[in-house]
Design a protein around this ligand. Structure first.
Ligand SMILES: NC(=O)c1ccc[n+]([C@@H]2O[C@H](COP(=O)([O-])OP(=O)(O)OC[C@H]3O[C@@H](n4cnc5c(N)ncnc54)[C@H](O)[C@@H]3O)[C@@H](O)[C@H]2O)c1
Length: 263
């Protein structure tokens, strides 16, 4: 067996791939040969990602999808299978974060994180299994976080949602292992995407400091000395989506330059 990663002919879906890590994941999968459908609530951004993927010579298209709506997620997956013929790789990734002290976190913001980060992943898993179980193959790679492995203060609701994604990964992996479906998640560290503008904005609003200084304090605890890039994250997902990872299932792959000495 070749040790090169080759996803030629595979069909993948990445949610939240209009920007940030999702876009990085989608581009890495496409560079490895996959055709990649781009699902995002922001369809304009999704179309831009799809265009970049088509420029690489792969098939791609954008689908407006709100991952908090089960019917929209199922319709999106049905459309991908109709247009691209099958589904090999599902990457639920869309997410959000509301930061700040727990006693200032509204139930509405708590619910928003659970809806997008957890229910969004749950619906994607169900919709993917509709096709992966009968075909007896598939790779599901969810986006958790290093905050799904170590609990991070001021991110209590976010951490809770990401620990839940890690648990979802581990449970489903055991349920579908005999169907030749591998289920893993990734634990990205710190990548300066739009989610960080939101986190820093929330922390500033809570009176906890100034945005640049707060961000620097997070970066200062990364032993490798740098923040991660969407490509660092996309490479990890591409490995987990490949046959090189065929006996890895139910695990979380942390990509964080050694931060928090994550267990
Ligand atoms: N950036 C980081 O440092 C970091 C670290 C660990 C984990 N993550 C996780 O990575 C994932 C992507 O985050 P990001 O940093 O790229 O942030 P981002 O804000 O750049 O991207 C999030 C994407 O999700 C989309 N989205 C939001 N709500 C949606 C919904 N209901 N339905 C469909 N799409 C929706 C947005 O339109 C956007 O394109 C999230 O799950 C996040 O928790 C990010």
């Amino acid at each position: 067996m070749s040790t090169a990663i080759d996803l030629t002919g595979k069909v993948a879906i990445v949610t939240g791939a209009g920007s940030g890590l999702g876009k990085g994941i989608a581009l890495c999968l496409a560079k490895a040969g996959a055709n990649v459908a781009i699902a995002d609530v922001n369809v304009k951004d999704a179309q831009k990602t799809a265009k970049e993927i088509m420029a690489l010579g792969r098939k791609s298209f954008a689908i407006k999808t709100d991952v908090t709506k089960e019917n929209e997620v199922f319709a999106m997956v049905d459309e991908v299978v109709r247009k691209l013929g099958k589904l090999d790789i599902m990457c639920p990734n869309a997410g959000t974060c509301c930061a700040g002290p727990i006693d200032q976190l509204s139930a509405e913001n708590w619910d928003k994180m659970m809806q997008i980060n957890l229910y969004g992943h749950f619906y994607c898993v169900k919709a993917a299994l509709k096709y992966m179980k009968p075909q007896k193959s598939g790779k599901i790679v969810m986006t958790a976080s290093q905050a799904g492995r170590v609990a991070v203060p001021l991110l209590a609701g976010y951490s809770a949602s990401k620990f839940a994604v890690t648990a979802l990964t581990k449970a489903v992996a055991q349920e579908v292992a005999a169907d030749n479906i591998q289920v893993n998640c990734i634990g990205p560290g710190i990548i300066r995407t739009k989610i960080w503008d939101k986190i820093l904005g929330d922390l500033v609003k809570a009176g906890l400091g100034e945005a640049d200084a707060l961000y620097k304090s997070f970066l200062d605890s990364i032993p490798s000395g740098r923040e991660q890039t969407p490509e660092d994250i996309g490479n990890a997902v591409t490995f987990l989506a490949s046959n090189l990872a065929s006996e890895i299932t139910g695990d979380i792959l942390i990509i964080n330059g050694g931060q928090f000495n994550c267990p």
